[in-house]
Ligand binder design. Sequence first.
Ligand SMILES: [Zn+2]
Ligand SMILES: [Zn+2]
Length: 315
Amino acid sequence: MIEVVLLGTGGMMPLPGRWLASAMLRSQGRAVLIDCGEGTQVGIRQYGFGFRAIETILLTHYHADHTAGLPGVLLAIAFAERTEPVTIVGPVGLGQVLQAVVTLAGPLPFPLEARELADGAAFPAGPFLGSALAGDHRVPCLAYRLDLPRAPRFLPERAQALGVPVEQWRALQEGEPVVVGEQVVWPPAVLGPPRPGLSVGYLTDSRPTAQMPAFFADVDLLICEATFADPAQAERAHQRKHLLFREAAALARASRARRLWLTHFSPALTDPARWKHEAEQEYPTVVVGTDGLQTVLRFAEEAEADAPGRESLPG
Ligand SMILES: [Zn+2]
Ligand SMILES: [Zn+2]
């Protein structure tokens, strides 16, 4: 399963009750933070996600509303006594940004690793397989997709039939062959068919591109910027390289995203939910994001076994 929270939903500048767009994903006790504007650490504390587990920080681009919170978040991770490395991932120019951040934050008790990505890169991000796609903004910008793979089911009756002792089952489950008597037993012999994993897509500060629907294809959740709501602002959206509500929803539909959360609202948009109908025309089940919006994405069988994860706001 993946826990997801929107730490903030604002673009450009924070407002009372609306921090800057940032999201956090947690799975198997490992966390990935996406974007880190001013105030991101407030949301991490407020929604109880914690700092110590942050392994990877993905930056979509280096505009201040996505990066100015970095020194504070790194100091909070240090204060939480993390000593394992933290990897910061971003488009071209990352080295310079990190130099500035380290100057501001001072020496950190954990190694800070930089991973500068080009369009089309695949990379590890905590428990996820990450991939990056070039966006279309005023500066180099990346869209991200995080996939949590699912191991095939282990079939004990097959292992028994092949005479594999129980002590060796774990190795097979973890994908390693084992030797039983004179024979080698390979994992596929005792594992069921492939099972679908879970995936989250994240796009802020970009126009749509032709590559995006394939990149985000069938994601369980798409978190997508929707800076402007009013169709009368279409020209401004083009000039500033942002999306309208309706364009974000059209992208989600073209991608066959299972769920859609809108975020990164213009500060001029005092009540984004009032414009929900603009997105509903393209994507009827759209959720207009608010700070603290959370959900748990579950693998198919888990979802059947207990109540389905639904959006919720903490008290
Ligand atoms: Zn922005
Ligand atoms: Zn920007």
